[in-house]
Each structure stands twice: as structure tokens, then as C-alpha cells.
Design a protein around this ligand. Sequence first.
Ligand code: ADP
Length: 161
Amino acid sequence: MIVALYPGSFDPITNGHIDIASRASRLFDKTIIGIFSTPEKKLTFTIPERVELAKEATAHLKGVEVISYSNITVEFAKEVKAQVLVRGLRAIGDFEWEFEMAMMNQMLSPGLETVCFMASQEYQFLSASLIKEVASLGGDISSLVPANVAAALKKKDLNKK
Ligand code: ADP
């Protein structure tokens, strides 16, 4: 039984994230989307909101669960008995950071393997922060996020500082 943990801030979950979770779910027996509660970035959605949006958006995927966590990722991986960390790689910008993280996690938890999925072509340019910026300016992001996320972005006052 191979359990994979797909960690991130998912603020909010996008179609790019869902694509990775869906592809991971075909390889692993269980894929846990781990939503880190307090990343070092300004968050738009609260942890219950991020969890709810991700749960609704992945309800159709067999073997995918959503759980929030607040400890270090390698410890959370142990708690949920994950042998694999899943990450997504976009062509521009992701590699160096993901490589550094993978090396650090390997040092902290030998045996926990990082598996990177290449982002699908249509989601290469897609990031949660760009989605929020475009949505705050009234742009149409409905083809890039699940319907529940598009609705939640509409409701949020994204210009609130
Ligand atoms: P983090 O705060 O760890 O960067 P994110 O939620 O932004 O968390 O991203 C989680 C993972 O999903 C990262 O590995 C990131 O590279 C990947 N990812 C983000 N957007 C996309 C996308 N459009 N396509 C594929 N992977 C993506």
C-alpha cells in the first residue's frame, strides 16, 4: 500500500493542483492533499476554507483525501504513513526551490521519496497567486479553477489589505 502526501498551501486549490492530485491518484493507493496551515506567505483563505474548497473540488477523485496540518511536512508524512511526497513542477521557476526542498526533506527523513509530476501544458502558467491577482481585477478565471473556487473568489474581497 503506497500512500502519497501532496503538501502545499492551496490558497486556493486550482485546476493545476487538481491535475497533479488526479494523476498521483492513478499511481498511488492513497493520495493525501496536505494543506499546510501557516506558510510564510500572505493567505487569502482560512484553513477551514482552503480545506473545504479542496474537499469539494476533489470529491470525484478516488483515493484522494484532504487533511490540514501545522507541523513540519516530514513529521506529518510520518503521521499519515506516507512513503512519497508529491510535488508539481512548472517549466519556469519551480525546479530550484523544489530541488532544495527535496534535498532537505531527504536529509530530515531518509526514505521518504519526493516524486515530481511535470505540470500539464495547459497549467504551466497557472499559480494561485496569479489567479487571485486576476480575480481581484475582475478577470475571468473560471476555466482555471473549479466552480466552487471561482464562486469563493467572487465572494472574497480580494482588495482588502
Ligand atoms: P507551496 O506553498 O508549497 O508552493 P502550493 O499550493 O502553491 O504550495 O503548491 C503546491 C505544489 O503544487 C507545488 O509543488 C507547486 O509547484 C505545485 N503547483 C502549483 N501550481 C501548479 C500548476 N499549475 N501545475 C502543476 N503543479 C502546480
